[in-house]
Design a binder for this molecule. Structure first.
Ligand code: PA5
Length: 412
C-alpha cells in the first residue's frame, strides 16, 4: 500500500485537465524516456543475468559516477539495505573527486574481489574519469592488460566516448536509453545493474514502478499528483519544498530528491527565473533543528511527510522506569518504529496548524516494491511541476557552464 493524503485542495478543474493532457502528450511523444523504463526492465534483467553468470564472484561492487549516475542507486541501496543478504556483494560509491574518501574506500577493498562500474551517461564527466584513472593506478591495472575486462564494466549511452573505450578494451557496456536523462535514469541500467549485482530485488523494484505508472496513467492517482504540482508552482506560493522523511533509510533518498528537484526545476524562462527549492529533512532528528523555522519562520514552505507504517524488525522500547526520569515512561509495548511514526503524525499536526501546504505519504513497508513506486512517483511529480512551470525539466544548462569553464582552464 502506498498512500498519499493531501491536506489541501486545488479545485481548478480546467488546469488539472490541462496538465493531465500535457503529461499524456509528453509520455506518448517518446521524447522523454523514463516513463517507459519499468516496461524495459525485463530485457535489462535478462542481460544482467546472462552477463552476471559469466563473471567471477566478487564481494564489492564499486560505482564510479556522480549526480544522476550515482544518487538514485545510493538512495535505493540505503532504503533497501536491510533486505540485502549478507552473502551478496557490498556496494561502494566513488562520487566525489576527494582524495580523503577515495583513499578510505580503496584501502577497504582488494582488487581481486572487486568490480568497478563506470557509470556516466555522457561518458566524459571529468570527475568520474579522473577517479577511474586513480583506481587504475592504485591497483596497477591498465587498459590493454590481459584481465582489464574482469575488473571494469561501464554503464553509458550507446556510442559515447566511454562506450568506445569499453569496446576497445573488452569491457561490458550496459546502455542508458538515449531519451532518459541522468537524474531520471535510476530505473535504467544506471541503478538496476549495480543493485541487481548486490542482490537487491530489482524485479520487484521495477514492478513497483510499473504499478505507479499504471495507477497514474489510468487516472487513479493522477489528480493527487497534479494538485500537488499546481499548489507548488502557483506564483507567490510556498515554493520551498520540504521533504520530511521519517527514517534514516531515506537520507540518501532525500539527496536524490534534492538533485532531481533542483536540477530539473531551477531554470531561466526568457528574462524570468523560476524554481522550487528542495529541502530534505530526516525525522525525528530534524524536529530538533529545522522544524523551528517551518513553524515560526516565513510562510514560504510546503511540507511532505514520508513515513513507513510497518518498520522492519521494530525494536520495543523497554518497559523499565529510570529514577528521576519517570516522565519519559511510555505505555507498555510501544516500539521504536511506532514512536517514530507518532512523532511524524504529531509534527505534521503542528505544521498543519501553521497553514503550510502539507501532505503525507505512507508506505506500508520499506521494500523493493514500495521503493520503486516511490521513485517513479517523485519522477512524475517533477515532470508535472516542469510542465506547470512551462520549462524544460530535462536539461541542465546551468551545470554545463561550470563544466566548460573548468575544462577550458585545466584541460590539455
Ligand atoms: O542529472 C544529470 O543529468 C546530471 O546530474 C548528471 O547525471 C551528472 O552531471 C553526471 O553526468 P554523467 O552521467 O554524464 O557522467
Amino acid at each position: 500500500m502506498f498512500k498519499n493524503t493531501l491536506y489541501f485542495d486545488v479545485s481548478d478543474t480546467p488546469k488539472i485537465e490541462e496538465l493531465w493532457n500535457k503529461i499524456s502528450v509528453e509520455k506518448t511523444s517518446k521524447a522523454v524516456g523514463y516513463y517507459n523504463l519499468p516496461a524495459e526492465g525485463e530485457k535489462l534483467l535478462l542481460d544482467i543475468g546472462v552477463w552476471g553468470a559469466g563473471i567471477r564472484n566478487v564481494e564489492n561492487i564499486v560505482v564510479i559516477g556522480v549526480g544522476g549516475s550515482s544518487l538514485g542507486t545510493k538512495a535505493l541501496y540505503s532504503m533497501l539495505y536491510h533486505e540485502k543478504k549478507a552473502s551478496t556483494p557490498n556496494l561502494y560509491f566513488l562520487e566525489n573527486i576527494d582524495s580523503v574518501t577515495i583513499k578510505k574506500t580503496l584501502k577497504s577493498i582488494k582488487l581481486d574481489n572487486s568490480l568497478f562500474l563506470l557509470v556516466s551517461k555522457s561518458g566524459t564527466t571529468l570527475d568520474t574519469i579522473s577517479i577511474a584513472k586513480i583506481v587504475m593506478v592504485h591497483f596497477g591495472i591498465f587498459p590493454g592488460d590481459k584481465y582489464f575486462g574482469k575488473y571494469f564494466a561501464v554503464v553509458t549511452d550507446s556510442g559515447s566516448a566511454l562506450n568506445k573505450f569499453a569496446n576497445e578494451y573488452g569491457l561490458k557496456s550496459f546502455f542508458i536509453p538515449k531519451n532518459v536523462g541522468g537524474r531520471f535514469s535510476v530505473l535504467s541500467a544506471t541503478g538496476v545493474v549495480p543493485l541487481t549485482l548486490c542482490g537487491i530485488d530489482t524485479a520487484k523494484l521495477l514492478q513497483g514502478a510499473a504499478e505507479c505508472q499504471d495507477d497514474f496513467f489510468s487516472r487513479k492517482i493522477s489528480d493527487t499528483l497534479i494538485k500537488k504540482s499546481l499548489a507548488y508552482t502557483v506564483k507567490s506560493g510556498q515554493n520551498i519544498n520540504v521533504l520530511f522523511s521519517y527514517s534514516d533509510i531515506f537520507r540518501d533518498f532525500n539527496a536524490w530528491y534534492v538533485q532531481l528537484w533542483a536540477e530539473s526545476l531551477g531554470k531561466k524562462k526568457g528574462d524570468e527565473r523560476v524554481g522550487l527549492t528542495p529541502v530534505g529533512l530526516i525525522g525525528a532528528i530534524d524536529q530538533h533543528s529545522f522544524l523551528q523555522l517551518i513553524i515560526d519562520g516565513p510562510k514560504d514552505k510546503s511540507v511532505t511527510f514520508i513515513r513507513v507504517e510497518n518498520m522492519t524488525e521494530d525494536m520495543p522500547i523497554p518497559d523499565i522506569s529510570l529514577k528521576f526520569l519517570e516522565k519519559t515512561n511510555l505505555k507498555k509495548g510501544i516500539g521504536a518504529g511506532q514512536l517514530l511514526n507518532e512523532q511524524a503524525i504529531a509534527t505534521m499536526k503542528s505544521v498543519l496548524n501553521e497553514g503550510a501546504i502539507t501532505d503525507e505519504i505512507v508506505l506500508a513497508k520499506a521494500d523493493a516494491f514500495h521503493a520503486g513506486y516511490l521513485i517513479y512517483y517523485f519522477e512524475l511529480l517533477t515532470s508535472l511541476c516542469g510542465l506547470a512551470l512551462e520549462i524544460n525539466a530535462y536539461n541542465q544548462p546551468g551545470v554545463e557552464v561550470g563544466k566548460k569553464i573548468l575544462l577550458d582552464k585545466l584541460g590539455k
